[in-house]
Design a protein around this ligand. Structure first.
Ligand code: MN
Ligand code: MN
Length: 466
């Protein structure tokens, strides 16, 4: 009797307490694989390339190259080099709806401006414009890598990635020395470092004669021209990003956690990709969706608001049925279900006051269900239905997945969002579920290897259940 009353209360376990020795080894092995993935994909373009490389290794074919789709077929479709759809075709037709796990592969960073290069005080510098929700003070006085593409005058595309090789130089944004920070110290944390002051050192050797003008800027332009055939105007048709240099690292004596740039949301990209690769068979076509631009509102041709995913779905229906109407696509979307796969804010012992400790995620307590996001009175949120949460919860429990549930901080403390509401607006059942992360949006974020492992198992259980 005593025991059965105790069973009425919910228990949220630590993943580690539920793992066998073999599973602990599997957790650590997956951690190594994930570190390789996240180091290879520090921008949405590099991450897209890495996902496609892994998918091709698993036998996935480009959707453009296939003329039929049968159960078990594996295909991918790349959106402008910055997003991907991976699909494993189920025994049901695609028109009957699909099972989607959707993540975003863009992360907060500093973009290089279109007229970036100038000189001052014997230095050539790059002007930047921050992308996404960055805390600006975190981006100064640290090594940065420059990654992206430049489309040159003749239309040729140049790939650049400098700062992550062992011999590479890095880029650097200066910070004020404490000796002279009396005025700055009086400012708020938000105002202490201004956006227009995030200028990165690009070079300090002048060219030409002492009386010449712009000798430092011209020296950098000469280097860029000699090495890449670039001129200054080429920056106008470029997408160059400054991202933290250096690799992912284990954290703690027990190596149980990983610190890296861009866990938000590439940890969910990785876990959904791994789950998709592990599918044995499924009734509904299983889709792992990787989108860009979530950190700036999901707009544009590569964001979740784009019709790209609907068009890919339409092409798959057309390949199976010989034709596809707009309504076929809309109906397929409405018959689909989405796990919006994004990171949750983990409880931070250094800042306990911002969380509701009864409704926060904890590092190591498993994959995290988030019924609603938004701010204030759930504003802007996809508030997942009790019915769909019931379905997902049952699926996780049946598969022995260790899960928890959370919301983003205390009521009225702040807030945020994901891609969930966008596909929910297509008449689809959607819930947010992902990996808890410490220091979200910092240049170095932390996740638990146990949560990464459990999240793969959760997504796999979802794919297999439908
Ligand atoms: Mn995110
Ligand atoms: Mn984010």
């Amino acid at each position: 009797m005593e025991q059965s009353i105790k069973d009425l209360a919910v228990k949220y376990d630590f993943v580690w307490d539920r793992l066998s020795e073999n599973e602990r080894a599997a957790v650590m092995e997956m951690g190594e694989d994930y570190k390789r993935f996240i180091d290879a994909g520090k921008t949405e373009r590099l991450c897209t390339r890495e996902i496609v490389r892994c998918a091709r290794e698993q036998g996935f074919a480009d959707l453009n190259d296939v003329d039929s789709l049968r159960p078990g077929d594996k295909v991918y479709s790349v959106n402008r080099g910055k997003g991907v759809v991976l699909a494993v075709i189920g025994s049901d037709e695609v028109a009957q709806g699909v099972s989607i796990v959707g993540s975003h592969i863009d992360s907060p960073r500093l973009d290089i401006k279109q007229n970036p290069l100038y000189e001052e005080g014997g230095m050539a510098l790059f002007k930047t414009h921050y992308y996404g929700g960055v805390r600006k003070y975190q981006w100064v006085a640290r090594p940065l890598a420059l990654c992206g593409v430049v489309v040159r005058r003749d239309g040729s595309v140049l790939d650049i990635c400098i700062g992550d090789g062992p011999e590479d130089p890095v880029f650097y944004i200066s910070d004020l020395l404490p000796h002279l920070a009396a005025d700055q110290n009086k400012k708020t944390l938000a105002d202490g470092v201004a956006g227009e002051d995030l200028n990165a050192v690009a070079g300090t050797i002048p060219v030409g004669e002492r009386e010449d003008k712009h000798r430092f800027k011209l020296a950098v332009l000469k280097l860029l021209h000699d090495k890449y055939g670039m001129t200054e105007e080429d920056f106008v048709s470029a997408e160059l990003e400054l991202v933290p240099a250096g690799n992912a690292r284990d954290v703690g004596f027990d190596r149980a956690s990983i610190a890296a740039y861009g866990h938000d949301d590439r940890v969910c990209a990785y876990t959904s990709m791994r789950a998709l690769f592990d599918i044995t068979s499924c009734k509904k076509t299983a889709v792992a969706l990787f989108v860009d631009k979530e950190e700036v509102g999901s707009n544009g041709s590569t964001g979740m608001h784009s019709r790209n995913f609907a068009n890919v779905l339409g092409r798959m229906i057309e390949l199976q049925r010989g034709a596809c109407s707009g309504f076929d696509v809309d109906r397929a979307l409405a018959r689909s279900a989405l796990l919006s796969s994004d990171v949750a804010a983990a409880f931070d012992p250094n800042y306990p006051s911002v969380a509701d400790v009864r409704n926060t995620a904890y590092l190591g307590k498993g994959v995290t269900l988030v019924k609603y996001t938004g701010s204030r009175g759930k504003s802007g949120s996809n508030d997942a239905s009790a019915e769909f949460l019931g379905e997902v919860r049952k699926c996780l429990n049946d598969a022995g997945v260790v899960w928890q549930t959370s919301e983003l901080g205390k009521v009225d403390q702040g807030g945020g969002g994901t891609i969930a509401y966008i596909l929910a607006n297509c008449d689809m059942d959607v819930v947010d579920i992902g990996v808890p992360v410490l220091s979200m949006h910092a240049p170095f974020e932390v996740v638990s290897k146990a949560d990464v492992y459990m999240t793969v198992r959760a997504y796999l259980a979802f794919y297999h259940s439908r």
